[in-house]
Design a protein around this ligand. Structure first.
Ligand SMILES: Nc1ncnc2c1ncn2[C@@H]1O[C@H](COP(=O)(O)OP(=O)(O)O)[C@@H](O)[C@H]1O
Ligand SMILES: [Mg+2]
Length: 371
């Protein structure tokens, strides 16, 4: 997949941006706070996924302006497609987005068109940080290869919220215990499906990631990934989520009911699961060094891109925001060599195209591209 054209006006500090990126390497450079990450963020929004910087809607439009628009054209192996993303004050909630000229209901409906892998300094903490970040990573990556997964995991969150509210009302004596039944059945169905998909995604991811990790560590260390479920002891070989996994899931939720009512919170389920990395058998979260955490993050992102390519036949666009400068030269070289076959956008402070590579350089200053 290749972004062939990008136009941005009034998104944060970016204005008059109109570029035709190189189909491999694109380097965005310039001083701090000039708009490099904003540009990467604008591309990311066109994937239909919430900003990796969690920007609020009102902060997307230039504080000195009234409207913002992002227009992006990309090519996959079959055709050219266009994404447009617009907002205007004062109705900032009414985002106007379109895929190939057809208006979509919400930005999230752009998902499934442009596909990107983004890698930011925050991701370097992936194996060290909270399980929530790893679940988000697994969910997004799994959804990229199975579009229907996304709506299930969103629905799960909604049902979970309803159930938690009901739990509180039960403990306050405002609701009855048997009102939980309807929510529990839904949670079990969706939770079973999510467990199965996350498990099988983790297997795929683990296979790629351990190969890459072995390479990056010069064969000295072994990386393993495991899906850690709060519901199932064993997920291997289980594919019948309706008749096999869902009943067991339901059983587990029912067992936890009294405790859940006491805490006002659903204690078990895919919202508490984790994707754990082990190095030479030891849990990375507790034992890995900073360098090992970085290597794990790197190989996870590269594995995500590889799986996308394998499953969809289409390489994602790789967005590297400020990460290279955080890595030592050998890790830098490793990443660059592994994304050689994809279109890449790299932000950094000083711009130069490595010898033996071709690409385009863009200097960003004050939200504009200066030539
Ligand atoms: N809504 C907005 N309107 C105008 N400028 C904004 C808005 N939001 C952020 N900015 C500006 O964007 C700049 C930061 O851009 P960023 O892309 O993070 O910089 P960097 O080049 O360091 O990656 C800051 O100067 C900030 O003031
Ligand atoms: Mg930045």
């Amino acid at each position: 997949m290749v972004i062939s054209q990008l136009k941005i006006n009034g998104f944060k500090n970016l204005n008059d941006i109109s570029i035709e990126p190189h189909n491999r390497l694109n380097i965005l450079y310039g001083d701090n706070a000039q708009g490099k990450t904003n540009l990467v963020e604008a591309i990311w929004l066109c994937t239909g996924v919430r900003s990796f910087r969690s920007t609020k809607d009102k902060d997307m439009i230039d504080i000195n302006g009234e409207t913002m628009s992002i227009e992006l054209k990309f090519l996959d192996c079959s055709r050219e497609q266009t994404v447009s993303y617009r907002m205007a004050r004062p109705n900032i909630k009414d985002k106007s987005c379109a895929l190939n000229g057809v208006k979509v209901k919400a930005p999230s409906k752009l998902f499934g068109g442009l596909s990107c892998v983004v890698f930011t300094p925050e991701d370097l903490e992936l194996s060290k940080g909270s399980p929530e970040k790893r679940r988000q990573f697994a969910d997004l990556s799994a959804a990229q290869i199975k579009n229907s997964y996304r709506s299930v995991s969103e629905k799960y969150e909604q049902v979970l919220e309803q159930r938690n509210m009901l739990l509180k009302n039960i403990s306050l004596g405002r609701s009855q215990r048997d009102e939980l039944d309807v929510w529990d059945i839904q949670l079990a169905q969706m939770g079973a499906y999510i467990s199965m998909l996350r498990y099988s995604y983790t297997r795929k991811l683990g296979a790629y990631a351990s190969r890459l990790y072995s390479e990056i560590s010069g064969g000295r260390e072994r990386l393993e990934l495991c899906y850690s479920s709060t519901v199932f002891d064993k997920l291997e070989g289980r594919t019948d989520y309706r008749n096999d996994l869902a009943p067991e899931y339901l059983e587990a939720i029912k067992k936890g009911r009294e405790e859940d009512i006491r805490f006002g919170y659903t204690g078990r389920g895919v919202h508490r699961d984790d994707l754990c990395a082990y190095i030479d058998g030891l849990p990375a979260r507790d034992f890995a060094s900073q360098g090992q955490h970085r290597s794990i993050a790197l190989v996870l992102k590269l594995a995500q891109a590889n799986i996308l390519l394998e499953e969809s036949g289409e390489a994602p666009v790789f967005l590297l925001d400020d990460v290279l400068s955080e890595l030592d030269p050998s890790r830098q070289e490793f990443v660059i060599s592994k994304i050689d076959n994809m279109q890449v956008f790299i932000t950094c402070c000083d711009g130069s195209i490595p010898e033996n590579k071709s690409g385009k350089l863009y200097r960003i200053s004050g939200g504009r591209i200066v030539r």
